[in-house]
Ligand binder design. Structure first.
Ligand SMILES: C[S@@+](CC[C@H](N)C(=O)[O-])C[C@H]1O[C@@H](n2cnc3c(N)ncnc32)[C@H](O)[C@@H]1O
Length: 346
């Protein structure tokens, strides 16, 4: 059944495509779902989102995603519970499920994944320093109060610098969940080729892999411990109009950390412009991507066309007829950095 979908970007709703995927057949689910903020729900559409003008009834200039509504979180939980149930079915025992989120919705997302039966293993964060602060001054509201001018001026002075409770958001949480493994980690790995983390994969300056990642040079300590390659200008593709493209390096890092076989299948049910599938293809893994939006599917296909597989070497060991194949490739970034260090004599 999976062969029809293998190495394809499928146009359709995850809800109707996921049932076509075989039980216990996927090595890794890596995805960035729609967040259900304002109009950005499961029918998320770039055109519509760009044209919304009435997303906030109080302040028209608020961009989509800023209006706070408790119901959004609850609707998201219910919907993601159903999706996660399917993802649990299709993942191999011990297979990992990484899902990006937002600080505001993370608890709903993780509860849905947890309630389905996944083991919640960790929370990764993608750290950055640049983001648009969304907090707003209250002067606009003060002007509308039925007070005399002097009182308004006094009030503005008193509340100078006090803004609406939206702190500059500088990280994205990513849950690391795992389908229940069979018997022991070792047994599970030997049987299904998943369930362990590849600590040969390094982050920063050859450091043990961590749950903090950044693609931005911040400070010598963060660079040393958490830095992944900076997204290149070409990596998204000039034609890519998707608003929430993830850095390829983060997807590659997670894929290398959790999958070890060339037959490994990386599934993204909300693939957008295809970043996770591009990363899987580059690393010589198989992929299945799903998205409802034809324009994004076309962008993903175009990006995939331009990708060449990175050369990887692997060795095989046999254990009671069970094959364990471990990819040994170091990231291009590390190879490049080492060459640079040699050149600069560091
Ligand atoms: C946050 S974006 C993913 C972006 C992606 N990580 C990238 O790098 O381009 C979420 C995607 O989910 C898609 N989507 C929304 N509802 C969906 C559904 N029910 N089934 C499949 N895809 C859906 C949207 O079209 C959107 O492209």
């Amino acid at each position: 059944m999976n062969s029809e979908l293998m190495n394809k970007i499928v146009l359709g709703e995850a809800e109707s495509i996921l049932p076509k995927i075989e039980d216990n057949s996927i090595d890794l689910v890596l995805t960035d779902p729609p967040y259900f903020l304002d109009k950005m729900d499961d029918k998320w559409d770039n055109d519509k989102v760009s044209k919304i003008t009435d997303y906030c009834h109080t302040i028209k200039s608020l961009p989509p995603g800023m209006k706070f509504n408790k119901e959004q979180g609850k609707r998201f939980y219910k919907w993601y519970f159903k999706i996660s149930k399917e993802l649990y079915r299709v993942l191999k025992p011990g297979g990992f499920f990484f899902s990006f989120s937002s600080p505001r919705l993370y608890h709903r997302m993780v509860s849905a994944i947890d309630d389905v039966g996944f083991l919640i293993r960790d929370c990764f964060i993608w750290l950055y320093t640049q983001n648009q602060p969304k907090a707003m001054s209250l002067n606009h509201f003060i002007d509308k109060l039925d007070y005399d001018n002097e009182t308004k001026i006094e009030l503005k002075e008193r509340l100078n610098g006090w803004k609406t409770p939206q702190i500059k958001s500088c990280f994205e949480p990513i849950v690391m969940a795992q389908k229940k493994y069979e018997r022991t980690f070792l047994n599970n790995m030997l049987k299904y080729n998943v369930g362990l983390l590849n600590t040969n994969v390094k982050i920063g300056e050859d450091m043990f892999p961590s749950n903090v990642m950044t693609t931005q040079r911040i400070h010598e300590i963060t660079n040393k411990c958490f830095l992944l390659p900076k997204p290149t200008k070409e990596e998204k593709g000039e034609f890519n109009i998707h608003k929430t493209v993830k850095p390829l390096a983060i997807c590659e890092y997670i894929i290398k950390l959790t999958t070890c076989s060339e037959d490994a299948v990386v599934l993204d049910p909300f693939v957008g412009s295809g970043t996770t599938s591009v990363a899987a293809k580059k690393l010589g893994r198989k992929f299945i991507g799903i998205d409802t939006n034809l324009e994004y599917v076309e962008i993903a296909l175009k990006r995939l066309e331009n990708i060449e597989r990175e050369t990887v070497s692997y060795y095989e060991t046999k254990n009671n007829g069970i094959q364990l194949r471990v990819l040994e490739a170091k990231s291009k970034y590390l190879r490049k950095r080492k060459q640079t260090s040699v050149r600069s004599g560091k």
